[in-house]
Write a protein that binds this ligand. Structure first.
Ligand SMILES: Nc1ncnc2c1ncn2[C@@H]1O[C@H](COP(=O)(O)OP(=O)(O)OP(=O)(O)O)[C@@H](O)[C@H]1O
Ligand SMILES: [Mg+2]
Length: 325
């Protein structure tokens, strides 16, 4: 059972995608906590499992994907994985946890005006249009859109960046305590990015909203987050306070990510950040690309070792205590 100051606790979460009889393990035994009131960053290169993790928390893994084993996921003490889909949609989604999805075009209904998306979300939770209109316009204004004008427009009339901002506004409509944002600012220009990041910081500080922020961009993670979790090939490689991870990362993968970004300004997207290679199926998943391997890295799979309340999955730290022991 999670503690009171824990916004989210995820334990032993594994997800597999089965295509043409072949299983791809997209997430392997993911276990982590997000503290109430923090901005928790999830970073990792494309395919590392970031969106799959968001979808699993949001009860939105669809075939050919499925959850394996018996994970436990608690959000503010509520067991959100064992409740029915219906209960999750009626009582948890939007009100306790909301999200900003990665793809803004697929997430809005092309036949509905922008304001109708707000009405739809509100009325499906028993709140009247009249009650929500002012709040919707306020939120649109907050994300730097002209509220009255944008409200009556259709999604295709907006740029990708504008749609992304609509989704951020929409995610806040029912005052959630936790918002999961998947690449929420990636489609925006740098000035708007900065503005939105500052709004997120402000929401976090003044209203205490907890944020899980998924990004390719280390500079954004450095600017915004309190804690960072590094994913590689569906596994947690490192979890730690942002300041420490940026300054002195423990895992060789994190080290190469940080050193590949001159003065922490850059993106992982499309950047050859580390030595080329595919994740290994035997031993450490990073052994094909790591500069610091020894024999054990090719034979055994490393645990997540604890160092000063942070975690790293690397045999170079094997003298430390494995997590949970
Ligand atoms: N619907 C699907 N069917 C089959 N495989 C999938 C599906 N969705 C994701 N995967 C696989 O699961 C793994 C993790 O994908 P995921 O989209 O979670 O990564 P990501 O870290 O969000 O990547 P990106 O940074 O590109 O958004 C990848 O190997 C991907 O190919
Ligand atoms: Mg993704």
């Amino acid at each position: 059972m999670s503690e009171i100051n824990t916004a989210l606790s995820v334990e032993d979460l594994s997800v597999v995608y089965r295509t043409q009889g072949v299983d791809i393990a997209a997430l392997k035994d993911i276990t982590f906590n997000v503290n109430d009131g923090e901005i928790f960053g999830i970073i990792g290169e494309s395919g590392s499992g970031k969106s799959t993790l968001a979808k699993a928390i949001l009860r939105n893994i669809k075939p050919p994907g499925f959850i394996t084993g018996e994970p436990r996921i608690f959000c503010y003490g509520r067991n959100i994985i064992s409740m029915s889909q219906r209960e999750f949609r009626e009582k948890i989604l939007w009100q306790l946890i909301s999200y900003v999805p990665q793809s803004s075009l697929n997430s809005l209904n092309g036949t509905m005006r922008i304001i109708d998306h707000f009405y739809d979300t509100a009325t499906s939770h028993g709140i009247s249009k009249e009650k929500i209109r002012e709040k919707a316009l306020e939120l649109l204004k907050m994300v730097r859109l002209e509220p009255e004008k944008v409200a009556v427009m259709y999604p295709h009339q907006l740029s990708g960046g504008m749609r992304q901002r609509v989704l951020i506004a929409l995610s806040l409509l029912l005052n959630p305590k936790l918002v999961i944002m998947d690449e929420a600012v990636s489609a925006l220009d740098v000035a708007t990015q900065k503005h939105i990041l500052d709004i997120i910081k402000d929401l976090n500080k003044s209203m205490g909203i907890t944020v899980i922020f998924i990004t390719h961009d280390i500079a954004i993670a450095a600017y915004l987050t309190h804690t960072i979790m590094v994913l590689y090939a569906g596994e947690i490689m490192e979890i730690g306070k942002t300041e420490r991870i940026i300054k002195s990362p423990y895992h060789p993968y994190s080290v190469s990510l940080m050193s590949s970004v001159p003065s922490i300004r850059g993106s992982l997207e499309g950047v050859r950040v580390v030595k080329e290679g595919y994740p290994s199926r035997v031993g450490c998943p990073f052994n094909t690309r790591c500069e610091y391997t020894s024999d054990i890295c090719f034979k055994n799979h490393p645990e997540l070792y604890e160092i000063n309340s942070d975690y790293v999955r690397c045999f170079n730290y094997a003298t430390n205590k494995p997590k949970g022991s």
